[in-house]
Design a binder for this molecule. Structure first.
Ligand code: COI
Length: 381
């Protein structure tokens, strides 16, 4: 039986119509970079696209103080920042970020995907980290003005995009523990190929015991840098064993799946149901997770958001009741999980048709090759 899905607050906020890009463009005036990358450097970067290593000529910025609110909106040359070593972010990690992509369609136009959802989520994250809220016109406007300034950096190769990284941090120079009274917000972008080298290839996952990413009442549902910092040691240890990602379990019983270091998880059952860990407030409400749930439900697939016990997953893989497992996120899109292990088990899972189909359906919408029934795509230029 398919249970009627109630849209989450982020889904509701994210589906509110946005003004066209032309109507919000120009909020962030451009100071042109007079020393942009030279042609050879540009060609070299665009020819060899990796994930997140190289950056474009400009960035968006605005600042916040309690007196002025958000101010000094600007697009400026990409450069190192001058920030006091006493800035609160270095000491107390008061910072949040987002991840989106700008896609080049076949006709040359540039689009992004559900920016209203990310605008709502940065405010959700900012609230939890005692950072200021921003208007979604500022959030989306910063993307529009930044991408328009650096449009030539949006690649046109299959599987590539300009990865957009908006982030906000406490820049007040003060060592007391309180929410900062000076905040800076930036958007930088990285012309990128697939997150995992090799693209749509199965990854291997080590299930972490003893280390947890977040706990009830903590910052797990916020896109806060500290959550990712907490995932690094287990990820490093898993890497030493030859695994590319870590799956975190709940911190009470170490029984239920939560998420990978930076991706949500889906389990495909051989009876056609698709399951994903429910939103408990501890895991990140991924935009790709939400899009996949909506796409599958629109095709009549029974998608269950519920607790998924690791023991059931492993025995299901062994018995054949589970046919596919995949991870998803903005950066990684949809990535099959081909192996799941920890000290007690080591199981392999084939790459299956549901994972492949959802990958193609999502990327076809993002790249403008398929209809966009949910109005998820947003034209930047
Ligand atoms: C994304 O998928 O955009 C993320 O933010 C995950 C990540 C690369 C940390």
């Amino acid at each position: 039986m398919t249970i009627e899905h109630q849209p989450t607050q982020l889904e509701q906020a994210g589906s509110q119509p946005l003004p066209d890009a032309d109507r919000i463009a120009g909020r962030f005036p451009l100071e042109k970079n007079t020393s942009p990358a030279d042609q050879a450097t540009y060609d070299g970067i665009m020819k060899d696209l990796t994930f997140g290593h190289r950056f474009t000529d400009h960035m968006a910025h605005m600042a916040w103080t309690p007196q002025q609110g958000w101010h000094d909106r600007e697009i400026i040359p990409f450069r190192d920042l001058t920030v006091s070593p006493a800035a609160a972010v270095f000491h107390y990690s008061q910072s949040v970020f987002e991840g989106l992509k700008a896609y080049r369609h076949e006709d040359g136009s540039v689009w992004t995907f559900r920016p209203g959802y990310n605008a709502a989520r940065i405010n959700h994250s900012a609230h939890r980290l005692a950072l200021p809220q921003m208007d979604r016109e500022d959030f989306v406007g910063s993307l529009v003005d930044y991408v328009r300034a650096d449009e030539k950096w949006v690649p046109d190769v299959e599987g590539s995009s300009l990865y957009l990284r908006p982030f906000m941090f406490a820049s007040e120079a003060f060592l007391g523990v309180h929410s900062a009274s000076r905040i800076d917000y930036y958007v930088i972008g990285s012309p990128s190929g697939p997150y995992f080298v090799g693209g749509f290839q199965p990854v291997s996952i080590w299930v972490s015991r003893g280390f947890h990413r977040a706990g009830p009442g903590g910052t797990g549902s916020a896109k806060a840098g500290g959550n990712y910092a907490a995932s690094l040691l287990p990820q490093q240890l898993a890497g030493e064993k030859g695994f590319s990602q870590v799956c975190f379990l709940d911190s009470y019983e170490e029984r239920y799946l939560e998420e990978l270091g930076g991706m949500n998880m889906f389990v495909v059952m051989s009876d056609g149901r698709v399951c994903t860990p429910e939103l408990t407030g501890v895991i990140l409400e991924g935009g790709t997770r939400s899009a996949i749930c909506q796409l599958l439900r629109s095709q009549g697939v029974d998608v269950e958001e519920k607790p998924i016990a690791l023991d059931d997953l492993v025995s299901g893989i062994q018995s054949g009741a589970v046919s596919e497992v995949f991870a998803c996120g903005t950066a990684a899109v949809v990535t099959p999980i081909g192996r799941l292990a920890n000290d007690d088990f080591d199981v392999t899972i084939p790459v299956g048709p549901v994972t492949e189909k959802i990958y193609h359906q999502l990327t076809d919408i993002q790249m403008g090759r398929a209809d966009d029934p949910f109005n998820w795509t947003y034209r930047i230029c």
